[in-house]
Design a protein around this ligand. Sequence first.
Ligand code: FES
Length: 82
Amino acid sequence: MRSQPIEIKWPNGKTTFACSGEDWLLEAKKADISIPTGCLTGSCGACEIEVNGEVLRACIHSIPRTNGSNLKVDFSYDPYWE
Ligand code: FES
């Protein structure tokens, strides 16, 4: 059975629809957002985003199953860089 598209709200106010398992970096581009990257192996943390309040590294995670709920993405905040 094919999963329902998941609504994703981005920090720039745009909304996209994706399926679980799809790539965060490519999905962000659909919303005209370029998530910064560095290592692309999950080591550096340059690509960290918050999804429904949980920090994840976009280069090594895919869009999760949600059982029908939406996802809200924010840019990860690092107080040490302020
Ligand atoms: S680009 Fe380095 S952790 Fe994702």
